[in-house]
Design a protein around this ligand. Structure first.
Ligand code: HEC
Length: 480
């Protein structure tokens, strides 16, 4: 036991004796909760198996008794919530990526499959096509039938949970990261001023409203007019990105564009694609003709989803790149990167149809290159003309004070900023050494992109940013 604890919690000198003592005391009550839960779960059809229920209940009982033991030992509720929410946050983000990969993976796979089917084999005229492949230890032969099978198989795979789970985990993330921290994570510091509650309501309304608008446009206005739909869709996308960056903070704006497109994609599956599949299946069961309109619409939506994937994936990783969402014209950057993504997807879709338009890829590359150079002009210019070389040396003392008051309230081993329990992202500026070690990040976050402090909560002035910039330019010397 001693050795085990030394390995898992090497730096702590925890009073395990009191902890286990407390744990024993909490067991009767938490077991009682467990027993009740066992019967409550039994009422749900999904949990009929006793074994499943036991696993869930025992796990939850352990969680409850550990939590109450910590609480009884005097750990403040705020601290418990902070630690638990960080880990829940981690798990939800992880799940979101895993199910998202599964969804996009199957979607890419079926797109590819459809385009690679062998359709011209005279011996297999009764099939729409077939395909041979080899993968991890076996040969696979997949056949696509011309119509429904004479008798439906017992097990038919639908591929819908990936989409739903991605949307649900994404929405939970939106709540955890943005709604629960609306005042620091959602509100912008320019343009329209919202209260946190208004920001959340707008967010929910947008998710629903944009889907309804998109669905309406697809169904009514532009049924057989692909080009107009694309043009209007892209125009609305730009209007959306622009307005969101005006009402929300920049990261929240990006994430919301992603959340809206993600919602449209999941709703496409839920409201159009799966109902069309259901129609196919019931028609086959009853020996009727399926509703071809439904299938056509489903195919369209599935193509839309296919094109949406690359922009959404970019938005998912965008929060690592402050020069995108933190830029002045961040909405334009988002639009241009999305075009590059959509073009790339288009190239592969055409290639799957055996149309080789290679120029599309270099064109997408050039778009990214010009975006990079144009959006970095101010950075390049600054490098060439070091204005500050002739200025007086900035004193480190001054720098340290700015960082202490503007950043250190959050970025300290023991933050003093209300609501911040631990230094965000582990970034700490307590000592001169900490500051020097993080110099690149300070420049990126507080000077170039100006996204720190978030929403300028600590009121850093432009002069202070300039002082930091000049000090860094003069060599970031702590002996000045
Ligand atoms: C009100 C609290 C607060 C203040 C003040 C603040 N930050 Fe932050 N900082 C945060 C939060 C929250 C995050 C984490 C954001 C995220 O999840 O990406 C963060 C993240 C960072 C990161 C890591 C970014 C990354 O993605 O790795 C750096 C660097 C940083 N801040 C620098 C600064 C600097 C420099 C200042 C002062 C000019 C500052 N911060 C002031 C709250 C604060």
């Amino acid at each position: 036991m001693e050795i085990f604890l030394k390995i898992v919690a090497p730096v702590q000198s925890y009073d395990f004796q009191s902890f286990f003592h407390n744990l024993l005391l909490t067991l009767p009550a938490s077991s009682l909760v467990g027993v009740i839960l066992f019967f409550v779960l039994g009422a749900f059809s999904g949990f009929k198996s006793i074994e499943q229920r036991l696993y869930i209940v025992v796990s939850l009982t352990i969680v409850i008794s550990f939590t109450t033991a910590f609480y009884n030992l005097g750990v403040p509720v705020d601290t418990l919530i902070a630690v638990y929410s960080e880990w829940i946050h981690l798990i939800v983000r992880w799940v979101h990526i895993i199910v998202g990969v599964a969804w996009i993976g199957t979607s890419f796979y079926f797109n590819w499959l459809d385009s690679r089917l062998e359709r011209d084999d005279p011996d297999f005229k009764h099939l729409d096509g077939y395909l041979w492949s080899v993968h991890s230890g076996g040969f696979y032969r997949i056949e696509k039938l011309k119509g429904p099978p004479k008798k439906l198989p017992k097990v038919l795979h639908w591929f819908k949970w990936e989409a739903y789970a991605t949307w649900i985990s994404g929405f939970v993330l939106l709540i955890l990261v943005y709604y629960l921290n609306a005042s620091s994570m959602m509100l912008g510091n320019s343009g329209i001023l919202l209260t946190p509650l208004q920001a959340i309501i707008i967010s929910v309304l947008l998710l629903i409203g944009c889907w309804l608008l998109y669905d309406y446009l697809c169904k009514n206005v532009l049924k057989n007019n692909e080009q107009t739909l694309i043009a209007i869709g892209f125009f609305l996308f730009i209007v959306l990105s622009y307005s969101l960056t005006q009402i929300y903070g920049s990261r929240a704006a990006y994430i919301h564009v992603g959340a809206i497109i993600g919602t449209i994609m999941a709703a496409n599956v839920f409201r159009v694609i799966i109902p069309a599949q259901k129609n196919l299946v019931t028609a086959a069961e009853n020996n009727e003709k399926p509703n071809l309109d439904l299938s056509l619409e489903a195919k369209n939506r599935s193509i839309h989803n296919n094109y949406f994937t690359l922009p959404v994936l970019f938005i998912m990783i965008s929060s690592h790149f402050s020069f995108t969402y933190g830029a002045i014209n961040n909405w334009l950057i988002l639009a241009v990167i999305s075009i590059a993504g959509i073009l790339t997807r288009h190239y592969f879709n055409l290639r799957n149809k055996k149309q080789y338009k290679f120029w599309i890829l270099p064109a997408a590359g050039m778009i990214m290159f010009f975006l990079m150079t144009l959006s970095s002009l101010s950075v390049f210019e600054r490098k060439e003309a070091p204005v500050s070389a002739s200025l007086e040396l900035v004193k480190f003392n001054e720098v340290q004070n700015i960082i202490k008051y503007r950043c250190g309230t959050c970025h300290a081993k023991y933050p003093t900023f209300e609501g911040i329990e631990a230094p965000p992202k582990g970034v700490i500026y307590d000592s001169a050494k900490d500051i020097v070690a993080n110099i690149k990040l300070i420049k990126a976050q507080a000077i170039d992109a100006q996204i720190m402090p978030p929403n300028n909560l600590t009121g850093i002035t432009n002069n202070e940013r300039e002082t930091l910039r000049i000090w860094i330019e003069q060599g970031a010397n702590i002996n000045n």
